[in-house]
Design a protein around this ligand. Structure first.
Ligand SMILES: C[S@@+](CC[C@H](N)C(=O)[O-])C[C@H]1O[C@@H](n2cnc3c(N)ncnc32)[C@H](O)[C@@H]1O
Length: 318
């Protein structure tokens, strides 16, 4: 399938074809900076970050993530959406198709401080502004699930800052950030009920899981969480929802016995009745990529982002 948004038309404001560098969308930067300024975190965001920082759910960890990791998370999502080096097969087309609906649904899990949703929305806002994609009215229903109350607050606020810019490009959003603990059955059931209800009349549906392996691998949480993932993935059965899971391309994620190969194995075993009936399910590969990114606050400061991305799809039953 040819690219729905060819690399040649990606505007310079997002991708420099001369030096192969990604630029975070201006709309994303201004929303993020407003939040940093409100909470007095801008200076921190401009200082070199602490390399070993893994994140967490406290106020301090959430602040550090917002200052030091938000841009990395956003850039990773951006790499998946635009795929400027053309290494990700159908992945960029999934986002382009998603944005061609008139009422669509996005589940952002765990949403953290909102980097993934903000990134996806800002990219399409910029593409519309530059006349690359049509400005057909679109309404996006977003559910963000997250355990940290501090991150939940930041996610609400940062997405709120984007509303006017989006409206100018005929994009309206409805955001619902939900308290969600992937290790807790009741909390997950509530999330799934909410997803079912809110996604009902949406023509396109995307369940986006980003940057979760650190936590799931960290304290062996996968064992506690995998039943809830089964429930979440089951919800996607019969609903034509696309699941995209992205992670940093680290050895822990892509090695033979790394997170992604084990995740794919789990998926194939758990949903084995679907496999074999559908060719797409046989695709056990995941795509990977790496690119340079301009730091939005520090001139001439370039960082690298990399990603591994896997698409899961449980087809509608006949
Ligand atoms: C590395 S951040 C990624 C956030 C976001 N997806 C992004 O790309 O910026 C991991 C997130 O997982 C959240 N988290 C940790 N344990 C969780 C749990 N048991 N249930 C739901 N979210 C959890 C953390 O609070 C944190 O916001």
């Amino acid at each position: 399938m040819p690219r729905l948004i060819p690399v040649e038309v990606i505007p310079n404001s997002l991708w420099s074809k001369e030096d192969f560098t990604l630029y975070l969308p201006p709309q994303l930067i201004s929303s993020w900076v407003k939040l940093l300024e409100k909470y007095d975190l801008k200076d921190k965001a401009m200082t070199p970050n602490y390399q070993g920082f893994e994140g967490g759910i406290s106020q301090e960890d959430t602040d550090n993530h917002l200052a030091w990791r938000f841009t990395g998370s956003s850039a990773r999502v951006m790499l998946a959406v635009l795929d400027p080096l053309q290494n990700l097969f159908e992945i960029p087309n999934e986002f382009a198709r998603f944005f061609s609906g008139n009422k669509v649904f996005l589940a952002d899990l765990p949403c953290g401080s909102g980097a993934a949703s903000l990134s996806i929305l800002s990219i399409f806002c910029e593409l519309r502004k530059k006349g690359i994609v049509p400005r057909t009215p679109i309404h996006i229903v977003i559910i963000g699930g997250e355990i940290s109350i501090f991150a939940q607050k930041y996610a609400k606020e940062v997405l709120d800052y984007l509303i006017n810019e989006l409206a100018e490009q005929a994009i309206t959003i409805e955001v619902n950030i939900i308290d969600w603990n992937v290790c807790d059955k009741i909390s997950n059931t509530q999330l799934v009920e909410n997803l079912k209800l809110t996604s009902q009349n949406c023509s396109k549906k995307l369940l986006f899981i980003a940057n979760f392996s650190g936590f799931l691998e960290g304290e062996n949480k996968w064992e506690e969480a995998n039943n809830q993932f089964e429930q979440l993935f089951q919800y996607s059965e019969n609903t034509n929802i696309m699941i995209l899971w992205i992670e940093p391309k680290t050895n822990k994620v892509i090695n033979n016995n790394g997170f992604f190969p084990r995740l794919v194995k789990w998926f194939r075993k758990t949903f084995s009745q679907f496999i074999g009936k559908n060719k797409e399910m046989e695709d056990k590969q995941y795509a990977q990529d790496r690119v340079k990114v301009q730091h939005p606050l520090v001139e001439k400061s370039i960082f690298k982002t990399n990603l591994a991305v896997k698409k899961f799809y449980l087809p509608k039953k006949e």
